[in-house]
Design a protein around this ligand. Structure first.
Ligand SMILES: Cc1cc2nc3c(=O)[nH]c(=O)nc-3n(C[C@H](O)[C@H](O)[C@H](O)COP(=O)(O)OP(=O)(O)OC[C@H]3O[C@@H](n4cnc5c(N)ncnc54)[C@H](O)[C@@H]3O)c2cc1C
Length: 309
């Protein structure tokens, strides 16, 4: 497929997330023919996904149309498409319905959840990476309260009021805190047969502390604040099974309707197609200028890149 302003170098950016969009803004209105490809037509502000998942914000508040952001520069074309692979030798990007030639490529397709080989858990315990994930989690959380309000089965009511979050990194901590807040404050007066503030919010972390990648004093501060909100925090705890009925944590079975996965990430599969080394979680190992070995015309950025220089 032909890109606009053909005589200029053809640059393709795959992914209009934080990395790709920043690169696109720098190259927009420069002397290149720029094509931005993303499978969604909006740029998503992921740090506020948890607020959509807990109904504090609506989806449009955190999604901005990519076309509108880049529309002022005539050298930019935005394509809505899912990229399947990159052929770095032939310099081609293959989408589900087309092939694009490039002179320079910036790959920024980010990451998705990883269920450590238990892909069957994905439906039972969705993660929080996309707008669809956030809307689905919001639906499950709000419907759990509605179900608890209506049911006359005490065990089922209890299970509906148990919210289990697996993974004590930033996303898990934010989700646990936000669910505790809506149950203690936002929803506290809205029901007649249940007391939402009695919801049990359980945060399960496999490592010895929450926010393991951050300094210990921040972990401790997060733990304290969550406990003050009523969150039950388990560390050094392993989830060994997830079913419709609940979560098996070491020797204890926690009955619950809503389970949220915040325990692991894998880089986008597109990285594996560029014929470069990838690490344990699928990130492309890049040179110190973000290019890949043997291909100075290809850069990999953001969550897809393993930069260890
Ligand atoms: C819930 C949550 C909260 C976060 N909070 C913070 C925070 O507070 N502070 C912070 O610094 N970081 C935070 N992060 C991390 C931050 O959002 C990421 O590090 C950042 O988004 C990575 O940018 P990226 O450009 O590599 O990928 P992304 O921003 O994920 O963008 C990837 C883009 O590629 C597109 N794409 C993917 N695959 C394909 C394909 N095959 N074909 C076409 N398009 C594709 C996607 O649609 C997306 O637009 C958070 C992440 C999450 C999930």
């Amino acid at each position: 497929m032909q890109s606009p302003v053909r005589q200029q170098p053809r640059v393709i950016i795959v992914g209009a997330g934080f990395g790709g969009l920043e690169a696109a803004k720098k190259l927009a209105c420069e002397a290149v023919s720029l094509t931005v490809i993303d499978r969604t037509n909006y740029h998503l502000f992921q740090p506020l996904l948890y607020q959509v998942a807990t109904a504090a914000l609506s989806p449009a508040d955190i999604a901005a149309p990519v076309r509108a952001i880049l529309s002022k520069c005539r050298n930019v074309e935005v394509i809505l498409a899912e990229v399947e692979s990159v052929d770095v030798e032939a310099r081609k990007v293959k989408t589900t319905d087309s092939i694009f030639d490039y002179d320079y490529l910036i790959l920024a397709t980010g990451a998705r959840h990883s269920y450590f080989g238990h892909n069957e858990w994905e439906k039972l315990a969705p993660g929080l990476k996309s707008l669809e994930d956030a809307v689905e989690l919001r639906r499950r959380i709000l419907l759990a309260f509605e179900f608890a309000e209506k049911t006359t089965d005490e065990a089922a009511r209890k299970a509906a009021m148990n919210f289990v979050i697996i993974g004590g990194g930033p996303t898990g901590v934010e989700m646990a805190g936000a669910i505790a807040e809506i149950s203690r404050y936002t929803l506290s007066k809205d029901f007649r047969h249940i007391d939402p503030s009695q919801a049990r919010v359980i945060l399960i972390e496999g490592g010895p502390r929450l926010l393991g990648a951050y300094p210990e004093d921040l972990s401790e501060s997060a733990r304290k604040q969550l406990v003050e909100l009523g969150v039950q925090v388990y560390t050094n705890a392993r989830v060994t099974d997830i079913t419709e009925a609940g979560v098996q944590m070491d020797g204890e079975f926690i009955p619950c309707r809503v389970k949220i996965w915040a325990a692991g990430n894998n880089a986008s599969f597109v990285g594996k197609t560029v014929s470069a080394s990838v690490d344990r979680v699928g990130r492309v190992v890049v040179n110190d200028d973000l290019t890949i070995p043997g291909h100075p015309e290809v850069q990999v950025i953001g969550d897809l890149a393993n930069f260890s220089h």
